[in-house]
Design a protein around this ligand. Structure first.
Ligand SMILES: Cc1cc2nc3c(=O)[nH]c(=O)nc-3n(C[C@H](O)[C@H](O)[C@H](O)COP(=O)(O)OP(=O)(O)OC[C@H]3O[C@@H](n4cnc5c(N)ncnc54)[C@H](O)[C@@H]3O)c2cc1C
Ligand code: SF4
Length: 327
């Protein structure tokens, strides 16, 4: 498979990249590591006229400490570098664990945090070459009002597989979106839309420039299940954080990903744990509530029935582990 024709622009700095996006809008596509985008272009799922590479922009590659004990991480930082960053490992091990779970070492050497958060959604239909897809009609993601995965769907249910999204969400992180006109901060919990076609709030002329993580005294955990450890996208990921004691937590935050078009915050399960603490019974009830909250599921490599059972087990095991964690 070869790439389609496109104009390649390598941004010299942030202002340069934003100017290109302002000029070309939806005809342009941002490339960071390119580990996902270039494959989608070969599949003809993305055919931008202009590719703006932000890979050489040093302003996007810094990690800074913030006054509240948190971190500001440049969107263009490569995952391998971030995994090795001592400030991240010490303060936010849940993020380190999630980043370590992305693909293989080779992928993480080029993949960036910004690219991981903006990762396109996937399903078994889009995960194929254009020739394969041409044996069927199109879908919401291409040119037709139809879905091959959930026949009755009125929107695209392709899956959000970002490993870092749930980990950052349980840390109350937000992102900075910049355009030629200025910049805005968006809490990660408000960043995703439950629609596989238009799955983030990023506008065509905007760029994700940084991730902001506030200082925190939460204990947290990340869990991922994939068919092949060390390479595959997840079948399910789960992140949890808790502030306060196991018996009477002040706050609990639970997020599931790789099961729907947007990461899922598990409000009902959180309520159960806040009211009852992390007892065996409450953990079981929280896992059952999460399973019920799933709604429609797609079949990406695994049947949806398996995924429902998986979610319950993933959450139960992770919460037991979190309960025993000192930090
Ligand atoms: C074999 C293989 C295994 C993989 N396994 C995993 C996995 O286990 N978990 C996982 O999460 N991912 C996985 N991936 C997907 C991908 O490699 C990672 O998600 C990676 O972090 C994407 O980052 P990138 O910098 O390469 O993004 P790119 O490919 O450059 O971009 C991805 C998308 O984000 C947009 N984008 C990039 N940067 C920005 C920005 N700063 N602002 C706005 N939009 C932006 C691009 O336009 C594009 O739509 C895998 C990929 C492969 C090929
Ligand atoms: S989930 Fe349905 S609409 Fe979305 S990309 Fe897959 S087949 Fe197309």
């Amino acid at each position: 498979m070869h790439l389609p024709q496109f104009e390649y622009i390598r941004a010299k700095n942030l202002a340069d990249g934003l100017a290109v996006l302002a000029e070309y809008g939806a005809d342009a596509k941002v490339m960071s590591g390119g580990s996902d985008l270039l494959i989608n272009m070969k599949y003809r799922l993305d055919t931008p006229k202009v590719l703006v590479s932000m890979n050489g922009v040093s302003e996007l590659k810094t990690v800074e400490e913030t006054a509240d004990g948190g971190l500001r991480i440049g969107a263009g930082c490569q995952l391998t570098d971030l995994v090795a960053n001592p400030a991240i490992s010490e303060r936010f091990p849940v993020l380190r664990d999630a980043m370590s779970a992305v693909g293989s070492r080779h992928i993480r050497n080029i993949a960036t945090l910004g690219g991981n958060l903006c990762l396109e959604t996937r399903c078994w239909y889009t995960n194929q070459s254009e020739n394969w897809r041409m044996t069927r009609e199109g879908c919401f993601k291409t040119d037709l009002e139809a879905c091959h995965v959930i026949k009755t769907a009125n929107r695209c249910h392709a899956i959000n597989s970002s490993d870092t999204a749930p980990a950052l969400m349980v840390l109350d992180a937000s992102v900075v979106l910049a355009s030629h006109a200025g910049q805005r901060e968006v809490a990660l919990i408000d960043f995703y839309r439950d629609d596989g076609v238009d799955h983030t709030v990023v506008k065509p002329d905007e760029l994700l420039t940084a991730v902001l993580i506030p200082g925190s005294d939460r204990r947290s955990i990340f869990a991922k299940l994939a068919q092949r450890v060390g390479l595959d996208f997840a079948v399910g990921t789960f992140a949890a954080s808790i502030r306060g004691s196991n018996d009477a937590p002040d706050s609990v935050c639970l997020v599931l990903n790789s099961v729907s078009a947007a990461p899922k915050a598990l409000a009902e399960s959180e309520k159960i744990l806040i009211e009852s603490g992390l007892t065996d019974e409450a953990i079981e009830a929280a896992a059952i509530a999460a399973r019920k909250a799933l709604g429609e599921l797609t079949n990406l490599f695994t049947p949806s029935g398996f995924k429902r059972r998986l979610v319950k087990t993933l959450i139960r095991n992770a919460l037991h582990e979190l309960r025993d964690k000192v930090n």
